[in-house]
Design a protein around this ligand. Sequence first.
Ligand SMILES: *[C@@H]1O[C@H](CO)[C@@H](O)[C@H](O)[C@H]1NC(C)=O
Ligand SMILES: *[C@@H]1O[C@H](CO)[C@@H](O)[C@H](O)[C@H]1NC(C)=O
Ligand SMILES: *[C@@H]1O[C@H](CO)[C@@H](O)[C@H](O)[C@H]1NC(C)=O
Length: 376
Amino acid sequence: FWRRDRPPLATPSFQGVGESQKVSPQPPFLQIYRYQTHDYAFSSNEGLLRALGGEDLVLMLNRSIEEALQRAGFSQKFIDEVVCPAMRVNYGQGGFRPPALPGAVSLAGVESGLWSVKGGNKLVCTGLLYAAKAQVIPGTVVSIEPKIRPRRSGELGGGLYHVTYRTAQGLTGDTYDLVVIAAPLGGPLANISFLNFHPPIPSFPNPYHQTVATFVHGRLNSSFFGYREPSSFRLGVIFTTDNPNLFINSLAMVSPVEKKDDDEDDDEKTTPLAVWKVFSREELTKEELDLLFVSYDSVKFKKWLAYPRYDPPERCPPVLLHHQLYYLNGLERAASAAELSAVAAKNVALLAFHRWHGNHGAIDQQDLEEKLKTEL
Ligand SMILES: *[C@@H]1O[C@H](CO)[C@@H](O)[C@H](O)[C@H]1NC(C)=O
Ligand SMILES: *[C@@H]1O[C@H](CO)[C@@H](O)[C@H](O)[C@H]1NC(C)=O
Ligand SMILES: *[C@@H]1O[C@H](CO)[C@@H](O)[C@H](O)[C@H]1NC(C)=O
């Protein structure tokens, strides 16, 4: 459900004040869609960022959002009271001086125009698998090991990978020409052993941040939020600034994807009785729920490692781990969003295709703007 809050990547640019910048017709990040439409791929995450926004965008990995905004002339008050609350909603973290790129993505998420999918955003994944006619093996990958393919005449003796996975039937596996890892390595989320790689696949520090999402059907305690008169309470979203005493990061009314005109409930419109989504770092205690709500009849929570824990300077892990072994999630260290994952996935699909077919002219090209002008 956090993906509901994910912004489309119309990343605001912070380089405007005092730094020279080429005038580009649209936000730099949107260029990726043109490059990918023309089948260009990048063999590293930094290379992808550099092609989009030059060195300034790569530097955003190393700069905190605070520093980037200060350089751009924003006041500390704006940073503390607008940017930090947005970071706390979108990435559950505000106090760690998150790097500029996730900060920018958070800010994009504060604007309107976000989309939800009726039935749940998870339908995007099942829909894509269906459309791709993919054969899905439900299981957990345990290890990957390179194997040498027996040489046949006229064919290069390339590599293969043996992938071992645990399914309901037990430990099993198969060999593949090409492997794409689309899960965050280096933590409990994807604990894959790389066996017999020479040189070994390095491990990437990849700390993840725990967020607890609690859904409560109830009536908010307006006096807890400083409203003595419940009828004057009309807030649908509550953001918070950084404060170690706060036990919540944000609180927002969950609205249905579809508005049903014939199902209007006047009571719901005039009182804070609704389904509320509360983000916090820890599970909410009964005492905390009793402070937030005057009454409630249903509480559901999900505790999860929702996104990277950011701490600049950040470095993106490689896209290419071995000849035909690719890794998508490195780009999450730049910023985590469903749309960025889709960008990373398309990049790897293009990269793997071009490398397989030896189309080197479509990989890591400089001056793509100029190239596209002459191609068009
Ligand atoms: C960002 O910081 C890392 C680690 O300190 C450093 O290796 C890298 O060169 C820096 N990148 C830039 C673009 O300054
Ligand atoms: C990863 O798996 C190994 C066994 O293959 C286990 O010893 C280790 O504790 C696991 N690590 C995590 C973070 O789950
Ligand atoms: C509501 O908030 C007020 C102010 O924090 C608190 O004293 C009270 O216990 C809370 N709960 C209810 C049910 O009023």
